[in-house]
Design a protein around this ligand. Structure first.
Ligand code: 9MG
Length: 270
């Protein structure tokens, strides 16, 4: 899964979102085409930053950022479009334009989100976050047992989705690396990720360029590729099915190599 942000600061190489929404959609298409050529099977389009401390955007602003990119990418590329959003109106409109997956860091907790997601008929990724919003999630994360609590939260959200008519088979789970977690919590979650298989659903993992990599390696965000690849390899080794990344080509190579080793262990060598 390649990451495609369509926030105003995402295309700082000239041109501005506010000047011309179409220009952003065209830049977004170029980036998406690059990631597809590098091997991405899913493009995750987001119009609201989920970084710690990020300011919320209005529904209209989010729609204006996301929909032109969805429409253009859907028309031009053969790839699954994922919508990185928590906003019911965005789910509905993006689904009507051909999106194929909803990726919600708030696990459909916003008012009307479960019903709107159910009505689209699309698969949904439910992510764990401690704290209600990216703005407050890193204030003082605390868990007695991070893996158990993430698992219990996801289990509760699965129940809410199934009760609202989203079948289990349409759900994907994500432990939410970096969302209301210290470095120790993130490392423990990665080490014990197998325990989340008890929930019986595919796992999505996003660690690409995150603070946890920067903290271990003492590297700024533009020097975290190698550390991010290490976490992707571990996640695939522990059964993750989707890896959400900025650096698609390098991750595809690392994942293909990991899968070859895992296949050999099962006696299945090409
Ligand atoms: C939008 N977004 C940012 N980080 C993410 C992560 O780790 N997982 C998912 N599902 N979405 C994320």
């Amino acid at each position: 899964m390649g990451i495609l942000n369509v926030t105003p600061d995402s295309f700082s190489d000239g041109g501005s979102y506010h000047d011309d929404g179409r220009l952003v959609a065209e830049r977004a298409l170029q980036r998406a085409a690059g990631m597809v050529a590098e091997g991405a099977g899913i493009i995750d389009i987001g119009g609201e930053s989920t970084r710690p401390g990020a300011e919320p955007v209005s529904v209209q602003e989010e729609l204006d950022r996301v929909l032109p990119a969805v429409e253009l990418i859907r028309r031009e590329l053969d790839v699954v479009i994922s919508i990185d959003s928590s906003t019911p109106e965005v789910f509905t409109e993006a689904a009507a334009l051909g999106a194929g997956l909803l990726n919600d860091v708030r696990a459909l907790a916003r008012d009307g989100a479960v019903a709107a997601a159910a009505a689209t008929g699309l698969p949904v990724c439910l992510m764990h976050m401690q704290g209600n919003t990216p703005a407050d999630m890193q204030l003082a994360p605390h868990y007695d047992d991070v893996v158990q609590e993430v698992s219990a939260f996801l289990s509760q959200r699965i129940g809410a989705c199934v009760a609202a008519g989203i079948p289990r088979e349409r759900l994907i789970l994500d432990p939410g690396f970096g969302f209301g977690k210290t470095l120790e919590h993130n490392l423990r979650l990665l080490n014990r990720m197998e325990e989340l298989h008890e929930l019986g659903l595919p796992l999505l993992v996003g660690t690409s360029r995150k603070t946890m990599v920067g903290q271990v390696l003492d590297r700024p965000v533009d020097q975290r590729l190698h550390g991010s690849l290490a976490t992707a390899v571990i996640a695939v080794g522990k059964g993750a099915r989707i890896i959400r990344v900025h650096d698609v080509a390098a991750t595809v190579d690392a994942v293909r190599m990991t899968e070859a080793v895992l296949r050999e262990a099962k006696g299945d060598v090409e």
